[in-house]
Design a protein around this ligand. Structure first.
Ligand code: NAD
Length: 536
């Protein structure tokens, strides 16, 4: 998973009429098969098979890609830069366990594989790293920069974070000290008051329009100075409080732009960064839980055909929860309650010790089992069942109790503890209690997700599609829809196309990504049917 690179021209070549390798890219035809399900008059479910054919075009020239981090001086930001530099310069370091090499362990793109098909001679499955599926930027090649309200240089910020081994920090310091975060937007009301003593690197004034223009110029200048083809802007700054959604202020694109012009109180720094990226035509990803993407911001991205994705990195506890809850529900076991406790000692934990910022995190952590529960009306009564049973109109179906507690314990630093109890109903009234105690460095889980989000967001900006109707002409190729929900695997509270269902199941999120990457090279999804192993 370190600096391995695919040969020029890619490692995979699909031999099919459906896949054309052209000079500038890969054109692939893919048929999406599904089923419409309708209840008929007798209450029977009538299923009709559907299919739609698409063509995908993936531009193969990756070019030079920038990664601009908001909150670059924090634990995640410094660890991203340090990981990039250590890999790029192949810096190894000494630990009490011996010599350690740099790597990208924990990155879905760089360190996990997809089954491509079967070797006809051995009958064994052939696996390839996700990074070999399509032309993707190598994380060593990102040009990294960004903003922080704390102005200390990156070597000092890395030392402050206390994430990486001393011997690595010592060797990286000469590279890191060259970079000082750019000044950022600071509206004290949005993050915890306990962050005020960090804020020594802020863009002056209170004019939000001027702040927007300042950030837009920073993005443009960074792109020009480094001769970049694409720049991913990613929020890994402190968790903000939720912004109130106010009709006339942030409900439409036009109102939001006006609210920025009049410096309305409810426009947060993260929304200004998102708007700046959208107006510059650069993808924006929100790694924190707050509602950066107010309705006006999503509408603006749609209007500009820009790309956005969020919210909140799904690094540890939530990832495990989305797997375990799905395991229980799919096993026909009924979770009655899920109780989660966290304590951590880093600056993120300090910021989250304040009530409004904790509330943002609580919201983002709480909806993670909703889709699994909704998918199983055998175990969980639906709102309609409850209404019929009680005679009282009920809007929400049955749901396990779910609580989330987070406490700041400075002594444990970046090493977060997550304790979860799953309490479930078994056969004939039995009960099952499962406890998980998870302990690890938070920023070492989040950093590979940041690389994955940026690599995949860059890739998805190079993919265009068109529908191929059964009769008539196919139209022009166009970009994907603005909200990149294909990045959900890395996000705790995935933002999706308004009006569509959120998928929290980690397996389903991963399958969607595998399938999409395959579709872009014209391959059908190879499920787990393995029919040849079931027949004579
Ligand atoms: P951190 O506190 O170490 O870093 C945040 C940085 O953002 C700080 O350096 C701070 O000075 C800066 N900052 C605050 N407001 C800013 C602004 N308006 N503009 C620019 N910079 C600003 O936190 P972290 O551990 O690096 O986590 C970053 C974010 O990622 C947090 O919101 C956290 O909740 C979220 N997150 C982290 C994980 C994880 O596993 N580490 C998982 C999910 C979400």
């Amino acid at each position: 998973p370190s600096a391995r690179r695919a040969p020029a021209g890619g490692l995979i070549k699909v031999d099919s009429d459906n896949t054309l390798y052209e000079d500038g890219g890969i054109k692939a035809r893919y048929t999406d098969r599904g089923a419409d399900v309708v209840k008929d008059a007798d209450g029977r479910l009538k299923v009709t098979k559907t299919e739609k054919t698409f063509e995908f075009y993936t531009k193969s020239n990756v070019g030079r890609v920038g990664l601009m981090l908001v909150g670059i001086g924090g634990n995640n930001g410094t660890t991203v830069m340090a990981t990039n530099l250590a890999n790029k310069h192949n810096i190894s370091w000494h630990t009490k366990n011996g010599e350690q090499q740099p790597n990208y362990i924990g990155s879905l793109v760089r360190a996990s594989t997809v089954a491509l098909g079967t070797d006809p001679e051995t009958g064994k499955q052939v696996y390839v790293p996700i990074s070999d599926m399509l032309p993707m930027v190598h994380p060593n090649d990102f040009v990294i920069g960004g903003w922080d309200i704390s102005g200390v240089s990156m070597d000092k910020a890395m030392a402050r974070g206390k994430v990486l081994d001393y011997d690595l920090q010592r060797q990286l310091a000469p590279y890191m000290k060259e970079y000082k975060p750019m000044p950022s937007i600071y509206y004290p009301d949005f993050i915890a008051a306990n962050q005020a003593d960090r804020a020594d690197n802020v863009i002056p004034g209170e004019d939000k329009q001027a702040h927007l223009e300042h950030i837009r110029k920073d993005i443009r200048d960074f792109k020009a100075a480094n001769q970049l083809d694409n720049v991913i802007v990613l929020w890994t700054a402190n968790t903000e409080r939720y912004a109130d959604i106010i009709p006339g202020i942030n409900d439409t694109a036009e109102n939001l732009l006006n609210a920025i012009k009049t410096s309305h109180d409810e426009v947060s720094p993260s929304t200004i960064f998102a708007v700046a990226a959208i107006l510059e035509g650069m993808p924006f990803i929100n790694g924190s839980p707050q509602n950066t993407f107010v309705p006006g911001c999503i509408e603006l991205a749609e209007q500009k055909k820009a790309f956005i994705s969020g919210d909140d990195f799904k690094s540890g506890q939530t990832k495990v929860k989305s797997v375990l809850a799905e395991f229980l529900v799919n096993a026909g076991i009924k979770p009655l309650s899920i109780s989660s406790y966290n304590h951590l000692g880093n600056n993120d934990g300090k910021n989250l010790s304040s009530a409004k910022q904790f509330r943002s995190k609580e919201i983002s952590k709480s909806s993670v089992v909703d889709d699994m529960v909704a998918a199983n009306p055998v175990l969980f009564k639906t709102a309609a069942d409850l209404t019929e049973e009680t005679g009282v109109v009920t809007k929400k179906g049955e749901h396990p109790d779910h609580i989330v507690v987070i406490k700041h314990v400075p002594a444990v630093g970046d090493s977060k503890r997550a304790i979860d109890e799953y309490y479930s109903e078994l056969l004939m009234g039995g009960r099952n209690v499962m406890n998980i105690f998870n302990e690890c460095e938070d920023s070492l889980l989040a950093t590979p997700l940041i690389f994955d989000l940026a690599i995949l967001a860059d890739l998805l900006t190079r993919v265009t599609y068109r529908e191929v109707p059964k009769a008539g002409e196919a139209g022009e190729f166009q970009p994907l829809y603005s909200v990149l929900s294909l990045l959900s695997y890395m996000l705790k509270a995935p933002l999706v196309k308004p009006g569509t269902d959120v998928v929290n199941s980690l397996n389903r999120q991963r399958n969607a990504l595998d399938q999409f990457l395959k579709a872009c090279i014209g391959l059908e999804h190879q499920g787990d049917l393995l029919l040849e192993t079931r027949v004579w």
